[in-house]
Structures are given as structure tokens and as C-alpha cells.
Design a binder for this molecule. Structure first.
Ligand code: BTN
Length: 243
């Protein structure tokens, strides 16, 4: 009820459809939802398994004016909003893994994929893709440990209610982020970070860096202590493992 919805039975990817709608002249903000995806995209070139009728696959498109500041920490704020929507839906244990994974009991339950169009220095449209494992109980081909709301809560979840909770949380968090920037979320984000204070390996391409997680800075970059020296990392292609 907050944004216009485009709902499909099947799409290659809601992010891809969102980009096509933009090209066709549809004005942001709007939401794209699908019952299944045949080419769901994950971060770092991965596939997002998207079986029919059990999960939530959504893309929210927003227009960001005169870029940089409004993009700072945006993907972390989206992760935070999704996590809070899951907590409000009964999953009190949901937490974050930098930059924007949502985990329960060390297993992935939701992911976020941001894709930009246009010139970030000017006006740019951001496709905010969110995938949540809702009623999925089994699925082959997922390479990392995963879970779903149904597996954790042991009952069927109403996906309409969940989409409402997601859009309400996204709306509130994104409005506050547009106004105040990521700095306003730094504490809340860190207090939900499951790997705060942990020893991790950061993987960026072929590089592997070991360090201790200190937190995030005012733009959402990861602060890592590497051999006692603080380093900061940001970028969509980075991932973390526990040591
Ligand atoms: C990740 O790798 O953690 C990000 C997963 C993002 C999946 C969602 S599902 C809806 C949207 N459309 C896509 O093709 N991907 C995102």
C-alpha cells in the first residue's frame, strides 16, 4: 500500500524486470515481486535459488538525488530493515553479517543485492533486491548453510504479511537514511552484527586478509584490525568467513 506493486508469477529476476520497467519509463519508487525466479541473482555472481510459491523475491526501486551521501551505507541499512522486519515477524534471533546478509543460528535466511543505474554523481536509480527464505523446507544447490522462517519457527508463514512488514520497515529505514545518512544507524547496525569482535577472513578476489572485526564506520565500511592496525574495507565483491 506504500508503493505501486508489479506482481508476476515467474520472472528471470525481479532485479532484471525492475531495470526493464525503468527503461520503459516507469517512475520510481515501485516494487516488483515474483512467485519464482528462473535466473535469480545473488551477490558475487552467485545464483539465488528461487523455487515457486514458497519464498519472497522482491525488488524495490528508488531514485537517489545527487548521489554519494544517499548511497553511503545504503545496502547495510536495507539489511538492517529486512532483519528488523524478520524480528517483528517472530524471528527474534535474526542478526547481520557484514555487509548485508541476514543470518539465524549461523545460517543464511535472507540476502540483499543492490544494483545501480544512471550516474551516481547525478541522479541515479537503485534497484534494491531482497530475497527471503520463507516457507522453503528443502532445496538442493545452495552452497552455503541456509535456513528459512518456516524451519526456524515451525509453522507456515503468511507471505503477504511478511511483504507488508518488509515494505513498512524498508520505507521507514530508507526515509531516515535519506535524511540522516548511515551515521544515524551505526550503533543499531553494530549491535545486531553477529560477527562483532570475531576473528574473520576477508575475501576480496584472490586476496585473503585475516583480522578482528571492530565494527563499521560512518559510511558502513568494515573496520578490521589487521596485525593490530585498523583497516577499512567496502565494496560489493567482498565477503567474510569466520576463522
Ligand atoms: C545475496 O547473494 O545474498 C543476495 C541475494 C539477493 C536475492 C534477491 S531475490 C530478489 C532479487 N532479484 C534477484 O535476482 N536477486 C534479488
Amino acid at each position: 500500500d506504500i508503493w505501486p506493486f508489479y506482481i508476476y508469477e515467474s520472472l528471470d529476476s525481479t532485479n532484471a524486470e525492475a531495470a526493464r520497467l525503468l527503461t520503459a519509463g516507469v517512475e520510481p519508487p515501485f516494487l516488483v515481486l515474483a512467485e519464482r525466479q528462473t535466473a535469480g541473482r545473488g551477490r558475487r555472481g552467485r545464483v539465488w535459488q528461487s523455487p515457486f510459491g514458497v519464498n519472497v523475491y522482491l525488488s524495490l526501486v528508488i531514485r537517489v538525488q545527487k548521489g554519494a551521501r544517499q548511497l553511503e551505507g545504503l545496502s547495510l541499512v536495507v539489511g538492517l530493515a529486512v532483519m528488523q522486519a524478520l524480528r517483528a515477524s517472530g524471528l527474534g534471533e535474526a542478526g547481520l553479517k557484514w555487509p548485508n546478509d541476514i543470518l539465524v543460528q549461523g545460517k543464511k535466511i535472507a540476502g540483499v543485492l543492490l544494483e545501480l543505474t544512471g550516474d551516481p554523481a547525478d541522479v541515479c536509480d537503485v534497484v534494491v533486491g531482497v530475497g527471503v527464505n520463507v516457507n522453503m523446507e528443502s532445496e538442493s544447490g545452495i552452497e552455503q548453510p541456509w535456513t528459512s522462517m518456516r524451519l526456524e519457527l515451525q509453522h507456515l508463514i503468511d507471505r503477504n504479511d511478511l511483504v507488508c512488514a518488509l515494505s513498512r520497515h524498508l520505507h521507514g529505514y530508507l526515509a531516515r537514511h535519506a535524511e540522516l545518512g548511515f551515521a544515524a544507524f551505526q550503533d543499531e547496525w553494530e549491535s545486531s552484527h553477529l560477527w562483532q569482535g570475531r576473528e574473520v577472513v576477508l575475501i576480496a578476489g584472490t586476496q585473503r586478509i585475516e583480522g578482528l572485526v571492530l565494527g563499521v564506520d560512518h559510511v558502513g565500511a568494515l573496520r578490521l584490525s589487521v596485525n593490530g592496525v585498523e583497516q577499512r574495507y567496502s565494496g560489493g565483491e567482498i565477503s567474510l568467513r569466520l576463522c
